[in-house]
Ligand binder design. Structure first.
Ligand SMILES: Nc1nc2c(c(=O)[nH]1)N[C@H]1C(S)=C(S)[C@@H](COP(=O)(O)O)O[C@H]1N2
Ligand SMILES: [Mo]
Length: 392
């Protein structure tokens, strides 16, 4: 009893303390009046967030002015074309090891209990070379995958949940000396545990309060909070339950990382082992996005961190060869959102400077440097620190 009381007392004190410490009322959204952007000198002239083919778009991080990425700026990318789907005729099929096959119209889905989640994610190919533009953050609305699966019932034997998009293309299936060119639907799978355990996995039909647009998977897509973008199958056509592992091109072949362990790291060194993993949850990452000069002459370094939902311990910023300094985290950050940060830099001298951020989570995982990732042989999952150059 007294233990319970003192625990409550401690909690009350902690809450009072939190209320007394005035939480900054934030840097973003409203960019303060009189501030100007400090130009980056590392953005190549060729960087074009909107290539003319219209088939993809990156986010220009220099334009971030709030926690939510507007729909007409949210990055998009995919492997094939972007199907145009008639929402009125649309049916989501639930097939395979279900108790009863079900087809759901968009109206059926919207009649179910809606769930909202703010979720940031990046393409696993996002990198300094892409100016980190394959990343965005939005509020998604949809229904829990779990609730949809319950409509069809899950057979005991089901182990794998396969999401098929409407888009398809030709892929090579290599077996010994034969290469078969076969048509495949874009598809990804997750385990039944990840589908049923996670209350967060969504089939989303809206983004920032608007119906999904064609670029982002109209009329329905998967959102796996805390996972790389590839998990978020767009233009969802079918959810198929099966016992065997799913081996589609973008599940078993394309989206994987090869790392060297031990030895010299060279392929010919017998002491070196190679480990492959599939692309699943987001690695811990942060990046500087924008630097603002305030009327007082101080600089404000703004950026975001992204990870699998593990709470962060800190985001720090380093200027040139100085020490790591703690940045402030935006109180509006949520478990799976982008975690915005801001660092106040006083007394910057005129000239060129290098600034870099790094994130650390509560388990002590620290965002690696590019050198520390050198043993990663394939380019996906580049979560390295990204030193930026600016001219003050
Ligand atoms: N149907 C389908 N869904 C897809 C893809 C695709 O090629 N086809 N690409 C995936 C990849 S690799 C990424 S990074 C995300 C990007 O989501 P966005 O375009 O909405 O930003 O979509 C994923 N969903
Ligand atoms: Mo991606």
């Amino acid at each position: 009893m007294s233990g319970e009381l003192s625990r409550r007392e401690t909690l009350k004190q902690a809450m009072a303390l939190a209320a007394a410490l005035s939480v900054p009322d934030w840097v973003l959204p409203a960019l303060a009046q009189g501030e100007v952007d400090v130009p980056f000198t590392d953005v190549p002239d060729t960087f074009n967030p909107r290539p003319a083919d219209g088939n993809r778009r990156s986010l220009d991080l220099r334009a971030i002015n709030g926690p939510i990425t507007p729909n007409d700026q949210f990055f998009f990318i995919q492997h094939y074309d972007r199907p145009e789907i008639d929402g009125g005729a649309y049916k989501l099929k639930l097939t395979g090891l279900v108790e009863r096959p079900v087809e759901l119209s968009l109206a059926d889905i919207k009649a179910m209990k809606p769930v909202d989640i703010v979720c940031g994610y990046e393409c696993s190919g996002n990198s300094p070379g892409a100016m980190q533009g394959l990343s965005s953050n939005a509020r998604f609305t949809g229904v829990r995958l779990r609730d949809v699966l319950k409509r069809a019932g899950v057979q005991e034997k089901a182990r794998e949940v396969v999401f098929f998009g409407t888009d398809r293309g030709n892929e090579d299936v290599v077996f010994r000396q034969n290469t078969f060119k076969v048509q495949q639907q874009f598809a990804r799978s997750i385990t039944i545990e990840n589908a049923m355990k996670s209350s967060e996995a969504l089939l989303a039909y809206a983004m920032n309060g608007q119906p999904l647009d064609r670029n982002h998977g109209f009329p329905l897509r998967v959102i796996m909070p805390g996972w790389y973008g590839v998990a978020n199958v767009k233009w969802l056509a079918e959810v198929h339950l099966q016992e065997a592992r799913f081996l589609g091109n973008f599940q078993a072949r394309w989206y994987r990382t090869l790392r060297a362990v031990g030895g010299s790291g060279d392929e010919k060194d017998p002491q070196t082992q190679f480990v492959e993993n599939e692309i699943t949850r987001l690695n811990l990452k942060s990046t500087v996005a924008r630097v603002r000069k305030t009327p007082s002459g101080d600089l404000r370094v703004i950026g975001y961190a992204l990870n699998d939902g593990t709470p962060l311990r800190s985001v720090e910023v380093k200027v040139d060869n100085g020490p790591w300094q703690p940045a402030q985290l935006d109180p509006s950050n949520t478990k799976y959102s982008w975690k915005l940060f801001s660092y106040s830099w006083k007394g910057a001298s005129p000239g060129e400077h290098t600034i870099v951020s790094r994130a650390t989570d509560i388990n002590g995982a620290v965002q690696p440097t590019a050198d520390e990732l050198a043993r990663k042989k394939t380019f996906l999952e580049n979560s390295s620190q990204f030193p930026r150059k600016i001219r003050v």
